[in-house]
Ligand binder design. Structure first.
Ligand code: ZN
Length: 57
């Protein structure tokens, strides 16, 4: 699933924590609970390492 909007809600595959993240992060984003990398910075659209549960406008 490729996100098209700027903000998406993701669910950490490891601990189930849900958080809202920017889909084009300037740096890799970690889960706020367990510290797992949930999005890797690629310079463009981030590479999602977690489950996208919703896209936000
Ligand atoms: Zn987690």
């Amino acid at each position: 699933m490729t996100p098209t909007s700027k903000f998406v809600k993701i669910k950490c595959d490891d601990c189930g924590n849900e958080q809202v993240v920017f889909s084009k992060p300037a740096s890799s984003v970690r889960c706020l609970v367990c510290g797992k990398t949930v999005i890797e910075c690629t310079g463009g659209l981030g590479e999602f390492k977690s489950t996208i549960v919703a896209e936000l406008e």
